[in-house]
Design a protein around this ligand. Structure first.
Ligand code: FES
Ligand SMILES: [Fe+2]
Length: 362
């Protein structure tokens, strides 16, 4: 499944994959509606009845902790005439639709519908909000709209073990902070940019000194799944962002739009993306700590990341999206270095291959 060293230069993907509405619609159905998407950290909904909503393209979803304290995901749509059931985040004992007050329990069963008793044959027990596949992966809640999709351990084999190797106590982390931004580019423009560090020395001088050691940095397909593993020793620079002890840097990008990152010393953070249109995507940057608080060190890392790497990438990807629409753009060859390393685009070749495998067979 993963690309091997090609005998000749690999050409970049034609621009239509990033700019064409029809391709974007195929990607929605064949990629995003069939793969695991990071929803939120379990610590954001710790109590029975806590819920969290999100949208994936035109599909609204809610995650809830039910009466048994189990995590469940549902389509966020009333089975009466289609109004959305929940907004934002909060806590409910039961879920009542704002339109005509049909009411559901936390497992999605209809338990009340005004005046329905006067309807001969109305059987509330037939009516349920449809559920969605959900997995709690080391504390990170993922959903999948494809009921027949393989489990996360089957889709991303070996990742759980690798993450635990770098951060054995990751399951005790709690959500501490999140910020997001619209990137003004196609989701793949953003995901490609995230998954290569060929631009790091040019564009991310602070990251290349503050967190990683560029000479040891590598991004390669990992295992048998659609996974890219970023790895590096911790920076040895005197300009390190914090006092780094213990483990090295590792990041696990899980196709198509989620990544769990471990900064040196076990600073846990995430990226995930939700496409908004063919040329816009929202990126979410999450941070986690042992007590769910942002201490002084974590605040410093969040601020430095946001002011440097995060905003530098926003500029780059907006600029690229405009270029992808240029009548003068002919995709160049990718710089796939057989020896890997920070300046190789093997990861981009892998992303292009996975996209083509997913949508070109249609
Ligand atoms: S649409 Fe929800 S109660 Fe009518
Ligand atoms: Fe970048």
């Amino acid at each position: 499944m993963n690309p091997i060293s090609p005998p000749e230069p690999v050409q970049g993907l034609p621009a239509r994959y990033f700019t064409d509405e029809h391709v974007h619609d195929r990607i929605k159905r064949s990629v995003f509606f069939r793969t695991w998407q990071f929803a939120c950290h379990e610590s954001r909904i710790p109590k029975k009845g806590d819920y969290f909503t999100l949208s994936l393209f035109d599909q609204d979803v809610y995650i809830v902790r039910d009466a048994e304290a189990d995590l469940r995901a549902f389509y966020n749509v009333c089975q009466h005439r289609g109004h959305r059931l929940l907004e934002g985040q909060g806590n409910k004992k039961r879920i009542s639709c704002p339109y005509h007050s049909w009411t559901y329990d936390l497992s999605g069963r209809l338990i009340g519908a005004p005046n329905s008793r006067s309807v001969p044959g109305f059987d509330a027990s037939d009516i349920c909000v449809p559920s969605i596949r959900l997995e709690n992966f080391l504390g990170f809640i993922f959903i999948n709209l494809d009921e027949r999709c393989a489990s996360m351990d089957e889709c991303y084999p070996g990742v759980r073990e690798e993450i635990l190797g770098l951060c054995p106590d990751i399951e005790s982390r709690r959500f501490a902070h999140e910020h997001n931004a619209n990137e003004g580019c196609n989701w793949l423009t953003a995901v490609e940019n995230y998954n290569e560090c060929y631009h790091c020395k040019v564009a991310h001088a602070e990251f290349a000194k503050g967190i990683i050691d560029p000479d040891s940095y590598n991004i390669v397909p990992f295992g048998e799944g659609r996974v890219l593993r970023h790895s590096s020793l911790a920076t040895r620079s005197s300009e390190a962002w914090y006092d780094m002890q213990g483990s090295n840097y590792g990041s696990f990008y899980l196709w198509p739009a989620s990544s769990i990152q471990l900064y040196p010393g076990g600073v846990v953070n995430t990226y995930h993306w939700r496409p908004l249109s063919v040329d816009d995507v929202r990126v979410f940057r999450g941070w986690y700590s042992e007590d769910g608080k942002v201490d002084e060190t974590l605040q410093r890392v969040i601020d430095l990341d946001r002011e440097t790497t995060f905003s530098e990438d926003l500029e780059l990807v907006r600029n690229v999206q405009r270029g992808l629409r240029s009548m003068g753009y002919r995709p160049g060859p990718l710089v796939v270095d057989p020896n890997g390393g920070i300046d190789s685009e093997l990861s981009i070749a892998a992303l292009h291959q996975w996209l083509r495998e997913s949508i070109d067979r249609e």
